[in-house]
Write a protein that binds this ligand. Sequence first.
Ligand SMILES: Cc1ncc(COP(=O)(O)O)c(C=O)c1O
Length: 405
Amino acid sequence: MSLSLIAKSIGESATLRLNETAAILRAKGDPVIHLGGGEPKGKAPLDAVLAATSAVASGEIRYTPPDGTPELKKAIIRYTEEFYGFRPAPENVMASGGAKQAIMTALHALIDPQEEVIFPVPYWVSYPDMVKIVGGVPVAVEPEDGSFVPRIQDIEQVVGSYTKLVIINSPNNPSGAVYPEEFIADVVEFCERRGLWLIMDDIYHRLVFDGRKPINPYDYAKDRSENSKLILVNGVSKQYAMTGFRIGWAVGNRKLIEAMTNIQGHETSGPSVLLQHAAVGAINGLQSPVEGLRATLENNRNVLINELRAFEGVTVENPGGTFYSFPDFSNYSKDSVALSEFILDKVQVLTVPGVEFGMEGYLRLSFCGTIKEITEGIERIKWALDPNSPNELYIGERKLVRDWT
Ligand SMILES: Cc1ncc(COP(=O)(O)O)c(C=O)c1O
């Protein structure tokens, strides 16, 4: 088939594929545990549900402006002012079909063929392919000290004449690391000084633990004018447990937002009006669901990390936010795809191979499920990997026999 060169270079999203695998296995009645998920299990906030249902009931379901309804933009402006101390104008805001589409549209608006986009390792699975879709060149930077936390020197070393944009995601998917304030300050200052665009992907914004406060890049931006190249991306998917609603947004300078809006207008005409109503409900409604989710995730994190710390041969950093941990399983296998497949095959636990995030020997384990899923999932993985495990394991009525070494 004569697919385009770009289409041929783009792979399937590993994490979305896993969701599909989990659904297929569950439909077959298999007792699968999904530790590879990327979405909170809880329900969407009532304010969001009520706003969407009353919008459906009105029967008036039409196009909206391609950058979002005035109500949603107002809610995003209020949110930005409340949490970032920066009040954008409506012309600085574009709502989108999830944070993913906001990033994608920014890339379309900024990147010419061969221009480079830098992001630290480990990175969100989609960044490399998103950059390739627009003809750009993804440049993944490994922190020199082997940690999950980059230093500005790491970024500096790979900046060249083709560099156009840096993407920073903190709290980070997949490591759960919250980058230190000094790094955020350094990267904002560095990009301003070098005239580089900077996307701050803040999709896990308020999902931080141990009394941390979300870090605000605007605190370090000297230039808050219409020349600013700082782009803030956020959305309702993770903090409000509204992944299926597909609403995210970008805040940036007017010229960029105008270009992004033109592109989005031609591509999708903007996000659905119903889902925009739901997002307004969530952003303007009671915020207790966000704190409830955050506290549940912190407790889940504690349980998972305790389990992993007692897992001989595995080392893990304590995630400061998100709902992901990124333990090092290289003592068991350096091939994370083979290891993930082995675990799924033997004990029906889904994990995401570290190589999808740019780091071999690691697995991403989520803690957005229930405590039972976390503890049972880790127990099964231990049983599969530890050669001293008992010969048999019961999953409900089902008896598994260890016939491998
Ligand atoms: C780092 C990061 N950015 C963006 C997204 C996309 O968010 P949305 O569901 O709002 O498109 C995700 C989702 O997994 C993510 O992990």
